[in-house]
Write a protein that binds this ligand. Structure first.
Ligand SMILES: Nc1nc2c(c(=O)[nH]1)N[C@H]1C(S)=C(S)[C@@H](COP(=O)(O)O)O[C@H]1N2
Ligand SMILES: [Mo]
Length: 440
């Protein structure tokens, strides 16, 4: 019988297979596809395995703290809090973000951002250590080898994408207005999928290589895993020394980053922290995200004509600033912890409890969620919905004072929300309207 279709013309897949077979037969062309092209005596299974195991621990923690960071936004209170299209079952794990301990997001997001920065030298060193494999000859040995190489493309591409978008976001502050979450969120799932496949296939080998120690196996053997140069140049540093250099690089990044979260004396070393400008001194002298001027708040928006509107189904109360100040004032020591990783130590806020404002419009002990709106129009900022557990917490305030002084315009004068444990973006500044109950 003849071929069912196309006579004897090979299908494209067959043609590619044929090409790869002849590539394998003729051997690698001159250049990086030849093992002797790579001459560093440092490359070998031990160095790659140690870097890989550090990344295994680090990326796992990054992924978990990243998932927590997403949950902290209460993105299931869509469409106000989150408009990630079709997050569907990727949101399977979402839960209502707690308000205690009050430094919760400060910790999880500080770890996420600092770790992301500190792992950069490790990631680069790991990629450098396996670069000869990128030029492996023949490029594809078999179907399963081809699939494995495709998954490596997702692994390396995914890692690059996640680190790049994350670092751009913390350094440049929302260069992707609105879409950062979407990109970073879906990218994380693609990356972690390829990461799990990679770890599952490489972990036993990596553990063996670490146990075998830093001495190089002979090039070309199975233990060398295609990493050891058959023609190594004279070493200028030992493999342990190289690892130490990577560690020093990470340490240096830690020193210039961690201060933005740790605060106190350390903030002075936080050279890489965004918003590095001096927030001034005194009660309002702490980190400012966006100044009033930078988002177009006019003095008239927050002057004598400012009003606070409090609403619930069928009820509405409008308060002047004096009326707000006449209500019972409470204090809460709470930090501001931004998604970008920087955070403030606890500041002493004072103002009116959200529960008291809810009570003004007839909401009782089962106070529901609240839609918070600012006088601010436009910019990257939009309204926020606070969940019922956040509204009910007695430390959740519509603050009018901080550290004993009236709020400065940059920190949200005349009134701003402050909620324990929450991401900074939930702490709306220049608040003008609170709506309790299901958002319309
Ligand atoms: N109206 C308004 N509120 C806002 C923001 C904003 O841009 N506009 N930024 C939010 C973010 S992302 C953070 S981290 C905090 C920062 O508060 P701070 O500037 O007082 O430090 O305010 C939040 N409230
Ligand atoms: Mo933020």
């Amino acid at each position: 019988m003849g071929a069912p279709e196309g006579g004897n013309t090979p299908r494209p897949v067959e043609r590619v297979r044929g090409l790869l077979r002849s590539a394998a037969a003729t051997g690698p062309p001159p250049g990086p596809a030849r093992p002797e092209f790579w001459r560093s005596p440092l490359r070998g299974p031990w160095l790659t395995a140690v870097l890989g195991l550090v990344l295994l621990a680090g990326v796992t923690l990054l992924f978990l703290t990243g998932l927590l960071s997403y949950a902290a936004y209460n993105p299931d209170l869509a469409p106000v809090n989150d408009q990630t299209p079709g997050k569907g079952w990727l949101g399977f794990y979402l839960f209502s973000w707690p308000t205690s301990p009050h430094w919760l997001y400060r910790l999880t997001q500080g770890v996420h951002v600092i770790l992301g920065v500190v792992l950069v030298p490790v990631l680069l060193a790991k990629l450098w250590s396996v670069i000869p494999k990128l030029f492996e000859w023949p490029p594809v040995r078999s179907d399963s080898h081809g699939i494995e190489r495709l998954s490596l493309l997702l692994l390396v591409g995914g890692a690059g994408f996640e680190f790049a978008t994350g670092i751009l976001n913390v350094q440049l502050h929302y260069v992707f207005p609105g879409s950062f979450y979407v990109l970073h969120f879906y990218g994380a799932w693609v990356f972690i999928g390829a990461f799990v496949v990679h770890v599952a296939s490489r972990l036993p080998r990596a553990l063996r290589a670490v146990r075998a120690g830093a001495a190089q196996p002979a090039a070309g053997t199975a233990e060398a895993a295609g990493l050891v140069s058959p023609r190594p140049a004279a070493p200028t540093i030992s493999r342990r020394g190289a690892l130490g250099m990577v560690g020093l690089g990470s340490l240096a990044l830690f020193v210039v980053t961690a201060g933005q979260s740790v605060g106190g004396w350390w903030r002075r070393t936080a050279l890489l922290a965004p918003h590095g400008r001096d927030p001034g001194s005194g009660p309002n002298g702490f980190q400012i995200n966006k100044t009033a001027a930078s988002v177009g708040i006019r003095p008239s928006d927050i002057g004598a004509d400012w009003r606070l509107t409090v609403r619930a189904a069928g009820r509405q109360v409008v308060l002047t600033r004096a009326e707000l100040l006449a209500m019972e004032q409470h204090e809460a020591a709470l930090p501001i912890a931004c998604v970008e990783g920087w955070s403030t130590p606890d500041q002493l806020w004072s103002g009116v409890r959200l529960t008291a404002l809810a009570a003004l419009v007839g909401q009782g002990t089962d106070t529901p969620r609240a839609l918070v709106e600012s006088v601010q129009r436009g910019g990257s900022f939009s309204s926020v919905v606070l969940r019922d557990n956040q509204v009910r917490d007695h430390r959740s305030l519509l603050a009018v004072r901080v550290n004993g002084a009236v709020l400065s315009p940059d920190h949200g004068y005349p009134a701003r929300v402050i909620v324990p444990g929450a991401p900074g973006v939930h702490n709306t500044k220049w608040v003008t309207r609170l709506t309790f109950g299901e958002p319309a």
